[in-house]
Design a protein around this ligand. Structure first.
Ligand SMILES: *[C@@H]1O[C@H](CO)[C@@H](O)[C@H](O)[C@H]1NC(C)=O
Ligand SMILES: *[C@@H]1O[C@H](CO)[C@@H](O)[C@H](O)[C@H]1NC(C)=O
Ligand SMILES: *[C@@H]1O[C@H](CO)[C@@H](O)[C@H](O)[C@H]1NC(C)=O
Ligand SMILES: *[C@@H]1O[C@H](CO)[C@@H](O)[C@H](O)[C@H]1NC(C)=O
Ligand SMILES: *[C@@H]1O[C@H](CO)[C@@H](O)[C@H](O)[C@H]1NC(C)=O
Ligand SMILES: *[C@@H]1O[C@H](CO)[C@@H](O)[C@H](O)[C@H]1NC(C)=O
Ligand SMILES: *[C@@H]1O[C@H](CO)[C@@H](O)[C@H](O)[C@H]1NC(C)=O
Ligand SMILES: *[C@@H]1O[C@H](CO)[C@@H](O)[C@H](O)[C@H]1NC(C)=O
Ligand SMILES: *[C@@H]1O[C@H](CO)[C@@H](O)[C@H](O)[C@H]1NC(C)=O
Ligand SMILES: *[C@@H]1O[C@H](CO)[C@@H](O)[C@H](O)[C@H]1NC(C)=O
Ligand SMILES: *[C@@H]1O[C@H](CO)[C@@H](O)[C@H](O)[C@H]1NC(C)=O
Length: 525
């Protein structure tokens, strides 16, 4: 049997390793002051920090995360709904998948909601964030790591713990509400004010607050987990004088691939092994957000101020004395090419039963993104509720719900043909993984051992993805640039409506979400 299929089957059968444990976390969602780059603002924060507290579990555990919504500042959204991105859901728990108006209604201030996540056989680097509007730009995002005690690549590294997680983020001084109003008026996405490496960054004219430091010991091999919790920009990561060996992409172990620079799209996760094999010294970790230039210019944003320090134990406690660069360029750059990634356990994708040709487009002069000609709008009644109430066909959904329905156990190919539209759209499929048959950047079509991911870029080069519908559920498929998503670049892929009705048994707490949300005054939604 194919490992991917057996993995899903094990998850479906709830076969947990002997070590399976129940892990419970509580997070208070609060409005609190925060200044990751030295500029004070009020954020929407899990337990008052940015990023929110690190959540960890082992393969096989069941994790329960209770969010107490204590938001009060109505200049930002005060309801919320949390997505655990990169965590595979089995059908039974799909109602705890966190997608507002697809799998649940958001929950309002002064209420709590507990997400139950049976992890099954999966492991890898994931994260959590508000999935409501652009709320996660205000800070509600954090890292979630599922460790595998039997990692097949364990022999390649010595250290993999809380100290080796690298979060990459963009940060705005204005609230997302203010930024969205500006975007809506101008079609120009307000450029971030700073890029944060492990929650620390600088902006032009701001204080020189100390960059985050990663201490290493000479001769030791580290597994660094790079997690892009950005809303907008991709980040190019490199370490002066060091190479990186990629061993994981989006929760899937890969065959080791050495590079010296890699681009991390929002939503994407990589693990890289770095050997501390250089002279005892301090080296820049360059985490450079792509600078789009005009018209998005922001005078306080300098991509070169987004960085950390790789500090060898024994070196002076100081910043590197070398220039702040953007890492290897031109002929010196050995940039990770997505199509070169090989899963550690390759699975040939089945031949497609359905081929869907899609486009992305933005009408001139409107802040609207069209998914195959249609702007996604959240319905009032979540997709899952409609299905539980009997919806089974496309005609049961409004056209603006961009809902596509498939029978069980089929293979669907999503085909973004080459087209002139060349914005970066990192498309993500919730709760599932897909095969990247063709990467935007390459003409190679790989149906033998293609990368397995849950986020992949659509540009103008053409991108082909395949997924199987063996897990009944309504799965959000959207651009992870939340500005584009907000403006309509989303769809819902529904696998097996009848299977959903048979297997999904939501809790009473879930049943109460929509009546409670619909009763809230608009400012509290
Ligand atoms: C968040 O804060 C609450 C209240 O102080 C605390 O009980 C909880 O343990 C914290 N959660 C984490 C993950 O640190
Ligand atoms: C939340 O509870 C507090 C304390 O009971 C109350 O003052 C406040 O008005 C409530 N807020 C909302 C939005 O219901
Ligand atoms: C953000 O706030 C600053 C300072 O108040 C202002 O100059 C800028 O125009 C704002 N940006 C947007 C997108 O509204
Ligand atoms: C965005 O702009 C349109 C008009 O161009 C307006 O109808 C809509 O209410 C605006 N949305 C928001 C959230 O400001
Ligand atoms: C995170 O993703 C955004 C959006 O694609 C991208 O612009 C940014 O460069 C990424 N960050 C990193 C560190 O790769
Ligand atoms: C790091 O690399 C640069 C450029 O290749 C080189 O000039 C420099 O000597 C190296 N530094 C160390 C400490 O090896
Ligand atoms: C996408 O839109 C085109 C043009 O309207 C249409 O021909 C095609 O069938 C649509 N694709 C799907 C999968 O519905
Ligand atoms: C999808 O695009 C391919 C070209 O790559 C074309 O051969 C095929 O007919 C298209 N399918 C539909 C349903 O439009
Ligand atoms: C479908 O969506 C449109 C646009 O939001 C709305 O005007 C219409 O009432 C909706 N139709 C149904 C049947 O919900
Ligand atoms: C789908 O596949 C699963 C596992 O391979 C099998 O148990 C199930 O009966 C299949 N369902 C359908 C509707 O074919
Ligand atoms: C997509 O790939 C094409 C062809 O390599 C390239 O020219 C284009 O810049 C890429 N688009 C994005 C958004 O990366």
């Amino acid at each position: 049997m194919q490992p991917l299929a057996s993995l899903l089957l094990l998850a479906a059968l709830n076969v947990h390793p002997a070590s399976a444990a129940l892990k419970e976390y509580t997070l208070d969602v609060v409005n609190a002051p925060i200044a990751p780059d030295g500029f004070n603002r009020i954020g929407i924060l899990a337990n008052g920090t940015f990023p929110g507290p690190l959540l960890t579990a082992n393969k096989g555990d069941t994790v329960k995360v209770t969010f107490n919504n204590k938001l009060t500042d109505e200049s930002m959204r005060v309801s919320t709904s949390i997505d655990f991105e990169g965590v595979l859901k089995d059908t039974a728990s799909v109602f705890d998948e966190g997608s507002p108006f697809v799998t649940q209604c958001p929950f309002g201030p002064n209420t709590s909601y507990t997400y139950t996540l049976p992890l099954g056989e999966q492991s890898g680097s994931a994260w959590y964030h508000s999935q409501l509007s652009l709320q996660y730009a205000d800070g509600l995002r954090g890292v979630f790591i599922i460790y595998d005690p039997d990692d097949p690549l364990k022999h390649l590294y010595d250290v993999d713990d809380e100290s080796t997680i690298w979060s990459l983020a963009d940060w705005w001084h204005n609230t997302s509400t203010v930024s969205l109003m500006s975007y809506n008026l101008t079609q120009i996405i307000p450029l971030q004010d700073s890029g944060l490496f492990n929650g620390v960054g600088r902006f032009v004219g701001g204080p020189e607050i100390p960059f985050a430091v990663q201490t290493v010991t000479k001769g030791t091999r580290y597994r660094f987990r790079l997690i892009n919790i950005s809303v907008r920009r991709q980040v190019f990561v490199s370490i002066d004088n060091h190479t990186m060996t990629v061993i994981e992409v989006d929760g899937t172990p890969t065959q080791p691939l050495e590079v010296n620079i890699l681009s991390v799209m929002p939503g994407a996760r990589f693990s890289v092994v770095v050997t501390a094999n250089q002279a005892v010294d301090n080296y820049w970790i360059n985490a450079i957000p792509m600078d789009p230039g005009n018209p998005n210019k922001n005078p306080v944003f300098d991509p070169d101020l987004s960085r950390g320090v790789l500090h060898y134990a024994g070196a002076p406690d100081a910043e590197p004395t070398t220039p702040m660069t953007e890492g290897p360029q031109g002929a010196d750059a050995n940039l990770l090419q997505e199509h070169e990634l090989r899963p550690f356990f390759p699975t040939p994708p089945p031949e497609p039963d359905f081929i869907l040709n899609f486009t992305t487009s933005m009408p001139v002069g409107e802040t609207v993104w069209l998914f195959n000609g249609s702007q996604y709008e959240s319905p009032k009644v979540p997709t899952l509720i409609k299905i539980l109430d009997g919806a089974s066909n496309a005609v049961d959904f409004n056209k603006t719900e961009n809902t596509f329905i498939f029978p069980r156990n089929k293979t669907v190919e999503i085909n973004f043909l080459p087209d002139p539209e060349n914005e970066l759209h990192p498309f993500t499929l919730h709760g599932n993984r897909f095969w990247v048959i063709k990467s935007n950047e390459s003409d190679i079509i790989n149906t033998v051992n293609p990368p397995i991911r849950d986020v992949a870029a659509k540009g103008n080069g053409g991108t082909i993805l395949r997924f199987t519908t063996d897990k009944p559920g309504p799965w959000f498929f959207h651009c992870h640039i939340f500005w584009h998503f907000w403006a309509g670049l989303g769809a819902v892929m529904v696998s097996d409506p009848e299977g959903i009705r048979q297997q999904v048994k939501p809790t009473e707490a879930w049943d109460e979400l929509c009546p409670a949300y619909n009763a809230l005054p608009a400012v509290e939604q």
